[in-house]
Structure formats: structure tokens, C-alpha cells
Design a protein around this ligand. Structure first.
Ligand code: XBP
Ligand code: MG
Length: 272
């Protein structure tokens, strides 16, 4: 590989919000079940959880919320111990939700992955969720051998810093053995876009419920999902098909290198 290699050589996948709507229907619900399981009256509705998503990492998110509550332990060590216990329980409930098939893959994800495999384009997982959450989701949708699909799998336990830090992308680039300029990442959140861009990787954004209008500065293309070629900005090249294909990704990748500072996407406030 050379730093100036701008051929598309790998596709990197974010997980939460990109592969499935895991935040609203998975992690949030599982946190609420964990609160209930230990007899706490706390519940996060869809809107409050959306606010908390500004904190990366489930345990860190929980600690941030505990710091705002009058009915949480005031002692820091106690608060952190409670957060660790609740986070462990949350991940167990999350696995139950996933195993009960309550979290479908977003439309178009499986098709694009299959196309990558048919055409021999290496893929990586670049997530900062916990290993067990990733494994649960992937096993259900791609069976026990899911890891064989990917040239690198980096999760939140493999990095010292979560997104928006670029470490997860830097590690994946190293493991796959590709230059940043030859990769496209698919993300849904501003933090994810920032992480990829800080690593020098071009990003396309598939809007998820929580970041449907969030500003995503620096994405090469932004659209409603991989299931459609409508509603993308900029649009994919003229061509057939009703979902986003590898040729569309390659087109955006080329555009990115022809114009390395894409205009920021629409800057409306986040809303549901
Ligand atoms: C998303 C996250 C995670 C999940 C919860 O990661 O921020 O923190 O919300 O997972 P990504 P944990 O979009 O990179 O996949 O509770 O395991 O942290
Ligand atoms: Mg995400």
C-alpha cells in the first residue's frame, strides 16, 4: 500500500445505528430493563436517551446521567460501581433482545455485504460498542462464522479511546493493511464521522433515527439508508437498482478524492 493509493480497497462498517437501530430499540430498552432488575425507578425515554447519546460508550453514558441525578450515589466510587453493575446487566439484556430477533438489520446492509464478498472487497468492523454486544448481533444475523466475513474486527474493548477518537479506524487500517485514502466507512453519527475523518478515511452516512438531521461535517455522501438510491446528497451516478451498490460507493470515493473537502451536510438540529 502507498499513502497516495486512492483505489477503493476496503469498506469499513460502523455497527450501532448503521447495521441496525440498536440504540433506540436495543441499548435503551436494555438499560431500562437493567434499572428495573435492580429495583431502580429510573427509565430513559426515547428523547432522553437521544440527549445522552452525546456521550460515547454505554457505561460512560450511564455515569454522565448518574452525575445529574439527585437520587444516585454521591460517592464517586459507589457511582462507578453501580454504573459497572448496571452496564453488565444492560449488555445481558441487550443480548436477550438481539437473540429474540427484535433487532432487524437495516435494509440494504446484507445486500451490500454480500456484494463485497462476491467481488472480493475486504471489510472491517469499526465499532466502539462492547465485544459481547457486537458478537450477539452478528451471530444472530450472520451465524457463528460471522468473523470470517471481515478482515478486521475492532470493538470498544480493543481501544483506549472511543469515537470520536480515530483509534478504532487507525487499528482497522493497520490490521487490514490499507491506506486511509483507499477506504470508505459507513457511519450514522457525527462522532463516527469525526472518528473516520480524523483517521483520513472517507465516510458515507446512512441516517439513523437518532441522527436523522444531525450535522455531519465532512461526509462524502449522506442518505436515508442503503435500501434506496433516492434521497442521497450528492446522488449516486445514474444506474439501475433500488439499493446502494459497491459501484455507488466507489463513485463517491472517487468524488471524495477529486474534491477532498466536501461541503458539510445540512446543519439542522438533531430531532426524531
Ligand atoms: C455506539 C456506542 C455504544 C453503544 C452502547 O457505538 O456509542 O456505546 O451505544 O454500547 P458504534 P456499550 O456506533 O461505534 O457502533 O454499552 O457496549 O458501550
Ligand atoms: Mg453508529
Amino acid at each position: 500500500m502507498t499513502e497516495s493509493d486512492t483505489t477503493l480497497r476496503a469498506l469499513f462498517w460502523d455497527v450501532d445505528g448503521t447495521l441496525a437501530e440498536t440504540e433506540r430499540d436495543g441499548h435503551r430498552v436494555a438499560f431500562n430493563r437493567a434499572f428495573e432488575a435492580v429495583g431502580l425507578p429510573w427509565r430513559w425515554d426515547v428523547s432522553r436517551y437521544g440527549e445522552l447519546l452525546s456521550v460515547a460508550g454505554g457505561r460512560e453514558r450511564l455515569i454522565a446521567d448518574l452525575e445529574t441525578r439527585g437520587d444516585a450515589p454521591t460517592d464517586r466510587d459507589e457511582r462507578e460501581a453501580l454504573a459497572a453493575e448496571l452496564h453488565r446487566k444492560k449488555n445481558d439484556f441487550y443480548a436477550e433482545i438481539v437473540n429474540d430477533l427484535e433487532l432487524d438489520l437495516r435494509e440494504g446492509v446484507a445486500e451490500l455485504m454480500d456484494e463485497c464478498m462476491q467481488r472480493g472487497l475486504p471489510m472491517a468492523v469499526t465499532t466502539t460498542t462492547s465485544r459481547s454486544n457486537l458478537d450477539a448481533l452478528m451471530r444472530v444475523h450472520f451465524r457463528a462464522g460471522w468473523k470470517q466475513r471481515f478482515a478486521a474486527i475492532i470493538n470498544g474493548e480493543d481501544v483506549a479511546e472511543k469515537k470520536p477518537h480515530p483509534e478504532v479506524y487507525q487499528k482497522a487500517l493497520k490490521q487490514v493493511g490499507v491506506a486511509p485514502a483507499s477506504v470508505v466507512a459507513i457511519e450514522d453519527s457525527p462522532d463516527g464521522v469525526t472518528a473516520a475523518r480524523r483517521a483520513g478515511v472517507a465516510v458515507i452516512v446512512t441516517r439513523s433515527v437518532y441522527f436523522s438531521h444531525a450535522p455531519v461535517d465532512g461526509a462524502v455522501a449522506v442518505g436515508p439508508g442503503l435500501h434506496t438510491r433516492e434521497g442521497w446528497e450528492p446522488g449516486p451516478p445514474a444506474g439501475k437498482g433500488d439499493h446502494v451498490r459497491l459501484d455507488d460507493i466507489a463513485h463517491w470515493h472517487t468524488q471524495f478524492h477529486d474534491n477532498p473537502s466536501p461541503k458539510p451536510a445540512d446543519a439542522k438540529p438533531a430531532s426524531l
